[in-house]
Design a protein around this ligand. Structure first.
Ligand SMILES: CC(C)(COP(=O)(O)OP(=O)(O)OC[C@H]1O[C@@H](n2cnc3c(N)ncnc32)[C@H](O)[C@@H]1OP(=O)(O)O)[C@@H](O)C(=O)NCCC(=O)NCCS
Length: 190
C-alpha cells in the first residue's frame, strides 16, 4: 500500500517505514539513551519489537490518525518520526534519531518537515509536542521549530517503567505562519 509521497528535505528523505528498515531499526532503536527519552519505545528493542512496529504501519495509516516516517539519509534509515493523534485527541509530533547521527541537525530538519506537513497537508489547527524535563536536546529542537511551552505533565515512559516529568509544548497555525515568515509576529501589530 502506498501510504504517502516521500517528503524530501535538504539532506533527508522522510518516507513510509518499510520491511527493508528492519535491521537498521533494531540496531539504532536498541539504545537506552534513545528509549529512555521516548514514552512508547520498548527497551530492549528486539527483532520482535521491530516486526510488531513495521507490521502495524499499513493499519495505522489506514486508520487516518498518524503519519509515521522513516528518516533516511542517502537511502539509509537513521531514525523515525511521526505526527499522530494521542489519547486526548490532539495531534502530537515525535521523533528520534540514532545516536551515531546526533548533533548534525537531522532531527531539526526532519521535525520541521513533519511540522510543515501537519499544517500544510493535514491542515491541522495546532500540533502538540513535549519532552522529558532532562531531555534538553529535544527541548532545543522543538524551540528552534517554534513550539512554545504550555505546562508540565507526568508521562509514562515504557523503557523506564514509570511516570516522568514532561514539559508540554504547542504550536498553532498562527505561530506556524509566523515562524515561516508568512505572517508578522503578533507583537509587531501593537
Ligand atoms: C533529541 C534528538 C532527537 C536530537 O536529535 P539531533 O539530530 O541530535 O538534533 P539536532 O542536531 O537537530 O538538534 C539538537 C540541538 O540540541 C542541542 N543539544 C544537544 N545536546 C544538548 C544538551 N545536552 N543540552 C542542550 N542542548 C543540546 C544541539 O546543540 C542542537 O542545538 P543547535 O542546533 O542549536 O546547536 C536525539 O538526541 C534523540 O533521538 N534522542 C533520543 C530520543 C528523543 O529524545 N526523542 C525526542 C523525544 S521528545
Amino acid at each position: 500500500m502506498t501510504r504517502f509521497e516521500p517528503i524530501v528535505t535538504q539532506r533527508l528523505v522522510l518516507r513510509p517505514l518499510e520491511a527493508c528498515d528492519r535491521t537498521r531499526l533494531i540496531e539504532l532503536a536498541n539504545n537506552w539513551r534513545v528509549a529512555k527519552n521516548l514514552s512508547q519505545m520498548p527497551y530492549p528493542y528486539t527483532a520482535a519489537s521491530a516486526d510488531d512496529w513495521l507490521g502495524k504501519q499499513d493499519a495505522l495509516w489506514a486508520g487516518g490518525k498518524c503519519v509515521n516516517v522513516a528518516i533516511t539519509l542517502e537511502g539509509q534509515f537513521i531514525g523515525g518520526a511521526g505526527v499522530s493523534v494521542r489519547d486526548h485527541g490532539d495531534w502530537e509530533l515525535g521523533y528520534w534519531v540514532g545516536e551515531p547521527y546526533w548533533n548534525r541537525g537531522y532531527a531539526s530538519e526532519a521535525a520541521a518537515a513533519l511540522r510543515d506537513h501537519a499544517f500544510d497537508s493535514l491542515k491541522l489547527g495546532f500540533v502538540v509536542a513535549g519532552h522529558f524535563s532532562d531531555n534538553h536536546a529535544s527541548g532545543r529542537v522543538l524551540s528552534k521549530l517554534g513550539f512554545r511551552y504550555t505546562k508540565e505533565s507526568q508521562r509514562y515512559c515504557l523503557a523506564l517503567g514509570k511516570e516522568v516529568r514532561c514539559l508540554d509544548m504547542v504550536m498553532d497555525r498562527v505561530r506556524w505562519l509566523e515562524v515561516r515568515g508568512l505572517r508578522e509576529p503578533a507583537a509587531a501589530h501593537r
